[in-house]
Design a protein around this ligand. Structure first.
Ligand code: NAP
Length: 350
């Protein structure tokens, strides 16, 4: 099978370099273009990234000698995986879609548009059907699909089996978010060492709205948002990778701890689809009382799992638990790649 050609936009950032790393030897995809800002344009990727490469001990061989271009041109590829700064992602991604490219984006810009799928393949693969409406109404030859905010991603995966089996009424979530979630160079070390910063711009709003679209249902060319409420508090902590969240839920149906754990562990909706980046266990439930921890558990299922633990009764709502996810992999780069794999499996690319 000829590989599908991929352009990585925002290739020099934290998410972009993780995409470059994850696509090394990908069975379906081959990177043919790298793009970033005018500061990086015209330079060799290996040179630009010499002091910024973080994604693995060694940069993949294929990327070292590629020349970085300035985002905004017409790339030689079938699909663009966009990890552009949200300050510029809007018009660049729309321009690509208008010019016939498929775009799988990590940025917030188009997530909540009525006609743009906000995808987590394990939850709402049928939302790709919005692409037809997007192309019809906007007269685009290409299209945009998005992945969620990195804190919403792992939360939604943990909520999905609860919503399906017991009905969600309310969700309260507090996050402890890693430094890599703030991009490169991110939060100044003097601000975060010895400290927790109890504010991340726009983050609580995203965490309170995106889950309702993601867990909503697709009917007649639109998404009916899910009906539960979410209240979020977001904090930045001095952890390199992995957002940890405490979650309290109120459920419509009375249930037991054993049945909730069973629902978490039997959640395997993509089984048999053959998507190369899909984790075997989208939810890994840990029984040790002091887990999950970012340091120990962030790479579960190659960084693609939502790692859940410490399920117990809540004295105010019904149950509470912890959830951990790798913000750069499951929460961004791996998610954009998995979305591209879903597009291929459903015949939208390739
Ligand atoms: P980052 O490290 O700051 O990287 C931003 C990228 O955008 C760089 O490649 C940068 O290129 C490029 N860029 C900046 N200004 C540009 C311009 N005017 N024209 C073209 N390219 C430009 O950010 P990040 O953390 O990788 O995040 C990338 C996107 O993913 C953001 O939209 C972010 O909100 C989203 N996201 C991030 C995470 C995470 O955990 N970090 C998770 C989910 C979603 P230069 O290097 O040349 O400046």
């Amino acid at each position: 099978m000829a590989k599908i050609s991929v352009g990585v936009f925002g290739a020099t950032g934290m998410v972009g370099q993780t995409i470059v790393n994850l696509l090394d030897n990908h069975p379906w995809f081959k990177v043919t273009e790298l793009a970033a800002s005018e500061n990086s344009a015209g330079k060799i990727y290996g040179e630009v990234m010499k002091l910024r490469w973080n994604a693995s001990p060694e940069m993949p061989e294929y990327a070292r000698d590629m020349v970085v271009k300035e985002a905004g041109f017409k790339p030689d590829c079938d699909i663009v995986l966009s990890a552009l700064d949200s300050k510029v992602a809007g018009p660049i991604e729309q321009g690509l879609a208008k010019n016939g490219y498929a775009v799988s984006s990590n940025s917030k810009n188009h997530r909540m548009f009525d006609d743009v799928p906000l995808l987590i393949p394990e939850i709402n693969a049928d939302h790709v059907n919005l692409i037809k409406r997007q192309q019809r109404e906007r007269r685009w030859k290409g299209f945009i699909v998005t992945d969620p905010n990195c804190s919403a991603m792992q939360l939604c995966i943990a909520l999905k089996p609860l919503h399906d089996e017991f009905g969600l009424e309310s969700v309260m979530v507090s996050t402890m978010q890693a430094l890599s979630g703030a991009g490169y160079p991110g939060v100044p070390s003097m601000d975060i060492m010895d400290n927790v910063i109890p504010f991340i711009s726009d983050e609580e709003e995203k965490l309170q709205t995106e889950p309702l679209k993601i867990l909503g249902s697709f009917a007649k060319d639109r998404i009916m948002p899910a009906g539960f409420k979410v209240s979020a508090q977001c904090n930045r902590v001095a952890v390199r990778n992995g957002h940890l969240e405490t979650v309290n839920v109120k459920l419509s149906k009375k249930t037991s701890e054993e049945d909730i754990i069973k629902a978490f562990e039997s959640f395997k909706p993509l089984k048999g689809m053959g998507l190369p980046s899909a984790p075997e266990r989208p939810i890994v439930y840990m029984r040790n009382e002091n887990r999950p921890q970012p340091k120990l558990d962030v790479n579960a299922e190659n960084g693609m799992a939502s790692v859940v633990g410490r399920l117990r009764k809540c004295g105010i709502l019904d149950y509470k638990f912890l959830v951990l996810g790798h913000n750069l992999i499951r929460g961004a780069a791996g998610a954009a790649i998995l979305n591209a794999e879903l597009l291929k499996a459903k015949g939208y690319i390739g």
